[in-house]
Ligand binder design. Structure first.
Ligand code: BG6
Length: 504
């Protein structure tokens, strides 16, 4: 159990201090932790970047980010000043060995000043092509040596493919032990994602039906209305498969499909997740088109606003072959899930921003009710809502009140907000807090990331070597390309419109 007693004096070294990730997510989350009394009493953020700047300028920069992205809105002046007092700045060239020796001196000074062996969090909020440089710089300067007090945090995407992941990981593990490495996938910090484990394993009623005897198929949707915003350069190299499926969607898949863990210990849980990835039926170059669909958004309309097509976005090649939508049909080859399809889809500029997992149960074996009872009998579905609604909906058939026998689908709902009357912490708050107390349960282990890359390589290669002839193939504001419909239609299934409003 994590409590404030586990918090120790900390120096949080933020590489990429002036980057968007720091501004939009990391620092606002640290500030929210501070507001809730969840930062250590003695805490310093050592911002590291190449710009000529200082702590005061960094504080001004962060105040804007915090005002826009903190859960609590614009901060109170006095409280902000207290937080700003914890910000320090180090101008550094990450290619220079002297930058890392200088950093060592700065950190040691603080230790001496506080008379304390502080915890050091080395957070790499920088593009992954810079990881090797910074990790070796840190390692060569001896920053990784204190196994007990130093940890390093890296953000996805970890590499660009299997080889580049292995390369980054080999540099990481040359200097740091696995216990010191925190690989972030922010989906794991979302309350609703964590609740999948609670729902499945803190209740005895779901497990008996959570298998191929009762489940017909599973769909996982992570749809965004956002386009690529100002991230064209990054996204052109990434695409939906690397940006979302390799990490976020595979995490959701693992949590839904994994076996019960023996304990809530980080490795017990991660072992079970890795088993799921081990069990995925491989997709080969020949079967890619039977198991996947890709799309790229064209212009279109979302909520009355005209959206430009992907190829017209800033920093995007006008003939780009990059997918902004990906759908996969997967099978988990084990006793529990043999032949149950798992359909995964994610896309940018879709009809609605909605993330959910839908477990569709098998039909009743025999229909006892007369046809007059209603033709719209629907199979039972359990929907785990991740965004924007946060909760669980059970969709089942009920009798309509009245003298006639008529059946109609109804919803039974659990809503986080209503049940707990409280706002959930953001994913970054949860994860940063876990980094501070060195709890790795919600972080990715190397073998999991490696297996995810390994599995996707045939699809990534096929998509790269065979440019899509039909791009752009879906309008902004739609649910994606036709080919994604065909992926399910062949099995007699379809993507169901996500459960958007309470009334549906
Ligand atoms: C990030 C992706 O990891 O996740 C983005 O790089 C995506 O492209 C984002 O928009 C979605 O996260 P969330 O928490 O907003 O659903």
């Amino acid at each position: 159990m994590i409590n404030n007693a586990s918090l120790r004096d900390t120096q949080f070294v933020l590489f990429g201090a002036y980057g968007d990730l720091s501004w939009r997510l990391i620092v606002p989350a640290l500030f929210d932790l501070f507001l809730n009394g969840q930062l250590p009493e003695r805490f310093i953020l050592q911002g590291v970047d190449r710009m000529d700047s200082d702590a005061a300028a960094l504080a001004v920069h962060y105040l804007k980010g915090v005002s826009q992205h903190s859960r609590y809105g614009v901060p109170d002046e006095a409280i902000w000043q207290k937080f700003a007092g914890k910000l320090h700045y180090i101008q550094a060239d990450i290619g220079e060995a002297s930058s890392y020796t200088h950093l060592g001196k700065v950190l040691a000074l603080c230790d001496a000043d506080w008379g304390s062996k502080t915890e050091k969090v080395l957070y790499l909020a920088i593009p992954s092509f810079l990881f090797e440089t910074v990790i070796s710089g840190l390692g060569d300067a001896g920053h990784a040596e204190d196994r007990e007090h130093v940890r390093v945090v890296v953000e996805k995407p970890l590499g660009h493919d299997l080889d580049s992941f292995r390369q980054i990981n080999s540099v990481l593990t040359r200097y740091f032990t696995e216990q010191q490495i925190f690989r972030i996938d922010h989906f794991l910090g979302k309350e609703t994602v964590q609740n999948i484990l609670a729902m499945r394993f803190a209740n005895p009623i779901f497990e008996p039906i959570w298998n191929r005897s009762y489940v017909d198929h599973v769909t996982i949707t992570v749809a965004e209305t956002l386009g690529v915003e100002k991230r064209g350069t990054y996204y052109e190299q990434a695409g939906a498969l690397r940006d979302m499926v390799q990490n976020h969607l595979f995490q959701l898949l693992c949590l839904v499909a994994m076996e019960p863990p023996v304990s809530y210990d980080a490795d017990d849980i991660r072992n079970k997740k890795v088993d799921v990835l081990h069990s995925l039926r491989p997709i080969t170059g020949e079967t890619v088109s039977d198991h996947s669909a890709r799309g790229q958004y064209d212009e279109g309309w979302i909520a009355g606003t005209h959206m430009t097509g992907y190829r017209n976005e800033p920093d995007v090649n006008p003939h780009s072959n990059t997918e902004t939508y990906a759908a996969l049909k997967l099978f988990v080859d084990n006793w529990r899930w043999q032949d149950v399809p798992f359909y995964l889809r994610t896309g940018k500029r879709m009809t609605a921003a909605v993330s959910e997992i839908s477990i569709r149960f098998r039909d009743v074996p025999h229909h006892a009710f007369p046809a007059s009872a209603g033709l719209n009998t629907q199979p039972v579905r359990l929907v785990i809502q991740i965004n924007p609604e946060q909760g669980i909906v059970l969709k089942f058939m009920a009798k309509v009140p009245g003298s006639e026998l008529r059946l109609q689908p109804v919803d039974m709902r659990f809503s986080y907000k209503e049940a707990f009357q409280t706002e959930s912490p953001t994913a970054y708050e949860t994860l940063l807090r876990d980094v501070l107390v060195s709890n790795a349960t919600l972080f990715m282990r190397a073998d999991q990331v490696e297996l995810a890359w390994k599995f996707l390589m045939p699809i990534l290669n096929s998509w790269q070597n065979n440019p899509a002839p039909d791009f752009p193939n879906y309008a902004a504001g739609s649910w994606g390309p036709e080919t994604a419909e065909s992926l399910l239609a062949g099995d007699g299934n379809s993507w169901l419109t996500p459960t958007l409003k309470k009334s549906t």
